[in-house]
Design a protein around this ligand. Structure first.
Ligand SMILES: [Zn+2]
Length: 211
């Protein structure tokens, strides 16, 4: 994963030569040319370079879950359903690795935000009574690690995955999601749609995610 972080550092050096303090690659800001990206006419090409980071690193496995308003009763329920779904998908991959003789515990690294306390509480609830979707999360380390996306390149890459999926769902622009599709977890048999990409919705939908 150090290779991935270095790749993002290299992109910063290309677009911000001479700036040694880390600039957070926040995809919404890059796309809209906000904050540090305002002076960059070609800011959006940074997003294309982020897709290349995936193309150059076949070992990255991605997960993303989105929820449509048709399945939202409250913000707390929506957040818990999404978080529970992501944890379940991650745990399923870890269980598969365990069966394959590659036992590993998974660590959740979460961006510090106004939701940190709620997610911590949700994780405690999952530990006691399992997730709504698939029971207990035996392969995930009990305590999530909250850190700051300003200083964590991998969280910035996770932000890009979420942004690319949202960009497709909201604007039907698949130019950023399509290069990532082969990286979503696909289980043993290369499942299609991928196990690692989920859209929770009550409506018929033709997006490339599981429903
Ligand atoms: Zn969908």
């Amino acid at each position: 994963m150090r290779k991935v972080a270095s790749a993002l550092d290299a992109i910063q050096s290309e677009y911000f030569p001479g700036t040694s303090i880390p600039i957070e690659f926040h995809s919404t800001s890059i796309f809209s040319r906000k904050d540090a990206f305002r002076p960059l006419e070609n800011a959006r090409s940074i997003l294309s370079e982020l897709t290349e980071v995936f193309e150059n690193n076949s070992t990255i496995t991605a997960f993303a879950t989105a929820i449509h308003v048709s399945k939202v009763q409250s913000s707390g329920q929506a957040l818990q359903d999404i978080f529970g779904d992501i944890c379940t998908r991650f745990n399923t991959m870890l269980m598969r690795h365990h069966r394959e003789g590659k036992p590993q515990k998974g660590l959740l690294i979460i961006d510090k935000s106004q939701y940190s306390e709620k997610l911590y509480q949700d994780m405690t609830d999952f530990r006691k009574s399992g997730t709504k979707f698939a029971g207990y999360l035996g392969n995930i380390v009990d305590i999530p690690y909250f850190t700051d996306s300003h200083s964590t390149r991998l969280l910035q890459l996770a932000d890009f995955v979420a942004w690319a999926f949202n960009r497709y769902l909201e604007h039907k622009d698949d130019s950023f999601l399509t290069p990532l599709l082969s990286h979503f977890d696909r289980g043993h048999h290369g499942t299609n749609p991928p196990d690692g990409l989920k859209h929770i919705t009550a409506r018929p939908c033709s997006c490339p995610a599981r429903h």
